[in-house]
Structures are given as structure tokens and as C-alpha cells.
Design a binder for this molecule. Structure first.
Ligand SMILES: COC(=O)C(/C=C/C1=C(C)CCCC1(C)C)=C/O[C@H]1C=C(C)C(=O)O1
Ligand SMILES: O=C(O)CCC(=O)C(=O)O
Ligand SMILES: [Fe+2]
Length: 361
């Protein structure tokens, strides 16, 4: 693409038609003052839209995992409250070394800074889920997110598509392996503590997940000339059991829906953001709920997030655990196969919590 191209709408739509519809970094590079129509959200769907108040002052809870590991009752109570009332919290003293996090962030950033031709060596197939591109786009009239993404299956080995793992920058794959091992350990610890908050045996969740699925999605949000009109990432809940999100501290781009308003997650350097996914909502019969969240773009700054989804194996059958089904709390979700849910999730648009209707009774 010619970087000196004059910014006319025909040219922008040509960019879209020649298959670069999703590459917002290219749009930003070539034509910085214009945002193509497909990215412009309808009023209510915009960051400041009606019914979408932003409460920037509120803070999601911060949990000290070291304290949980030491058996701290107070911290466990904080975790229970965080899961019950927020579905979102940040963790500190989480055991993932800062150097490992920094290296992952650096290499992910370097990947997104590569020329488009290089990144396109790892293409996400249309309607696909792994590789570089835009997932969750299924029709021409669908609004697009102001985001580029690289998504990769990590564990178990059979979900990996090694051809989609970048060989540039050097060490990307090695670093992702190392990072994923540490994040997996954290997921195991967190699920054990979450089980404790529910008076379940610590191994209860992991014991039923089989060969758990772990996938990573790296989201890059370049600056946008009209950030008030676009979304970096559409509102959604995650299909996982838990999600671990690492974000840079440039600006606060992640927002969580709470009591009808969007609460901004203020980045804390080297903390990780954790959220309850749809799987835990089903297992706890809605006691802990997956929460809608979205990302917004910024006029001057870019933003990177590295997101790990941790979920049961595809062959696991799920439904509310008997402990959470009582006369007062009747069963709210049917039993289903998690592989089927994963398929349903990745073939649906990101649209709030709509995907979970799959499981609702
Ligand atoms: C773009 O990808 C996603 O947003 C995503 C996909 C995750 C996956 C892969 C990249 C490889 C194959 C496995 C899996 C589908 C998990 C989101 O993941 C959510 C959706 C489900 C279901 C989940 O467990 O996490
Ligand atoms: O980038 C963010 O802050 C949000 C990312 C996210 O929610 C996701 O990848 O599922
Ligand atoms: Fe998410």
C-alpha cells in the first residue's frame, strides 16, 4: 500500500476490498484523519453512548496472590467478594516474573510493528480463530473493531498450529512457551483459591477440566483519529473458565460493565487482570458471573494486551455443580459439551453475553 496515498473514501474502501479491511495499523498509517464507515459505531454502541456511562473513579479489587498462598483469610474473603460482585480483579504477587512479562510484551509489540507483509505470513482464515487478523467477523455489514490481533492455541499440543507461530521476532515462540507455562501455573493457583471461596476442595475445578485448553490472544490497538466513535474491542464475556490479561500502562483502555455503567480498569504495572469466564458462571450456577467488558481506543496512544484463556478440554461435559443447585437456586444452565460451546463461541459475533444463551435454560 502506498503510504503517501491521498485519503479519499474510495481509496479507503478499496483498501477494505483488497483484504486489508481489518488492518487498522495500515489504515492509521495511510490515512490517519479518516475512520472508515465500517468502524463507526451507532450512537448507543459508542464509548460514550446513551446508557453507557463511564465511571472512571471506581477501582476493580486488587488481590495479593502471595497472601492467598499463605492462607490469608482476609484475602480469601476479598477474592470471594471480587468474584461475586465484580467478576474482575487485578492480582499482584502472582508469581509470574516481571522479566517474563516484559519480554512477552516487548516481543508482542515487535511483532505488531512488523510490516504487514511479514505479519500476513500467519493469516487467520476467514471465519477462523488462529493467526493474525480479525476473529469474529462474519458479515460485510458488521461493524469492525479498531484492533489487530494475533491468536494462538497453546495447549494441549493438538490445538497448536505451528505454522501460525511467528518466527520473527526471534525468540517469540520460545518466550510465549515460557510465558504460557507461568500463566498456566497461575491459572491453576487461582482456580484452587476460587474453589476455596466456594467451600469446594481446591482441586475441584481443575480435576474436572481434563487436559485444559489454553489459548493466547494478543490485541494491538493503534491510535484512532475518532476514538469516541469506535470500539477497540466489542463488548463480550469470555468463553473460558478464567482469563488472564496483561496490559501495558500507556492508557486505561479496558472497561468492565458494572450496574449498567462502564468501569475503567486502571493499569497497575506488572499486575495481571483476571476475569471469571462463562465456564465458571455455568459451573457455579450463576453464583460467580462472567462479566461483559470491552476495549476503547485512544486518539494519541496505542495499547497492547496479551490475553490468556484457560478452559476445560473439549470433551468435558459441563453443567452447574450439584452444590449450587437448590430449591432457592434452581438450575439455570443445561448440560453441554465444552467443545460444542467453544465452536459456538468462535462462530458467533462478540455481542455482550449473548453467546452464553447457548447454555441458559
Ligand atoms: C481470537 O480468539 C479468541 O478470541 C478466543 C479463542 C481461543 C482459542 C484459540 C485461539 C485456539 C483454539 C482454542 C480456543 C477456541 C480457546 C477466545 O477464547 C475464548 C473462547 C472460548 C470458548 C474460550 O475458552 O476462550
Ligand atoms: O484488550 C483488552 O483490554 C481486552 C481484551 C479482551 O477482553 C479479550 O481479548 O478477550
Ligand atoms: Fe475478553
Amino acid at each position: 500500500m502506498d503510504s503517501a496515498a491521498v485519503c479519499r473514501s474510495e481509496q479507503v474502501s478499496e483498501v477494505i476490498k483488497i483484504g486489508q479491511v481489518d488492518d487498522v495499523q495500515e489504515l492509521q498509517r495511510v490515512c490517519f484523519s479518516t475512520v472508515p464507515e465500517r468502524y463507526i459505531r451507532d450512537g448507543d454502541d459508542r464509548p460514550g453512548g446513551v446508557g453507557g456511562d463511564v465511571r472512571a473513579q471506581e477501582r476493580i479489587p486488587v488481590i495479593d496472590v502471595g497472601e492467598l498462598q499463605r492462607g490469608g483469610e482476609e484475602e480469601l474473603n476479598k477474592l470471594r467478594l471480587a468474584c461475586e460482585e465484580w467478576g474482575f480483579f487485578q492480582v499482584v504477587n502472582h508469581g509470574v516474573e516481571e522479566e517474563v512479562m516484559d519480554e512477552m510484551e516487548k516481543l508482542a509489540r515487535e511483532f505488531f510493528m512488523l510490516p504487514l507483509e511479514e505479519k500476513e505470513k500467519y493469516p487467520m482464515a476467514p471465519g477462523g480463530i488462529q493467526g493474525y487478523g480479525h476473529a469474529f467477523v462474519f458479515s460485510e455489514d458488521q461493524k469492525l473493531d479498531w484492533c489487530n490481533m494475533l491468536a494462538l492455541g497453546v495447549e494441549p499440543a493438538f490445538i497448536r498450529q505451528p505454522k501460525l507461530w511467528p518466527t520473527t521476532p526471534a525468540n517469540f515462540s520460545q518466550t510465549l512457551e515460557k510465558y504460557s507455562i507461568k500463566i498456566r501455573e497461575l491459572c491453576l493457583r487461582l482456580l484452587a483459591h476460587i474453589a476455596e471461596t466456594l467451600d469446594l476442595a481446591p482441586e475441584r475445578f481443575n480435576g474436572m477440566f481434563g487436559e485444559a485448553v489454553q489459548a493466547v490472544r494478543m490485541n494491538f490497538y493503534p491510535p484512532c483519529p475518532r476514538p469516541e466513535m469506535v470500539l477497540g474491542l466489542s463488548a463480550h464475556s469470555d468463553g473460558s473458565a478464567v482469563t488472564v490479561l496483561q496490559q501495558d500502562t500507556a492508557f486505561a483502555g479496558l472497561q468492565v460493565l458494572r450496574d449498567g455503567a462502564w468501569v475503567t480498569v486502571q493499569p497497575i504495572r506488572h499486575a495481571l487482570v483476571i476475569n471469571v469466564g462463562d465456564t465458571l458462571e455455568v459451573l457455579t450456577n450463576g453464583r460467580y458471573k462472567s462479566v461483559e467488558h470491552r476495549a476503547v481506543a485512544n486518539g494519541e496512544l496505542d495499547r497492547l494486551s496479551v490475553v490468556t484463556f484457560y478452559a476445560p478440554a473439549y470433551d468435558v461435559e459441563l453443567g452447574p455443580l450439584p452444590e449450587f443447585v437448590t430449591d432457592e437456586e434452581p438450575c439455570r444452565y443445561r448440560r453441554y459439551n465444552h467443545g460444542e460451546y467453544s465452536r459456538h463461541y468462535v462462530t458467533s459475533r462478540l455481542q455482550g453475553k449473548k453467546t452464553l444463551e447457548f447454555a441458559k435454560i
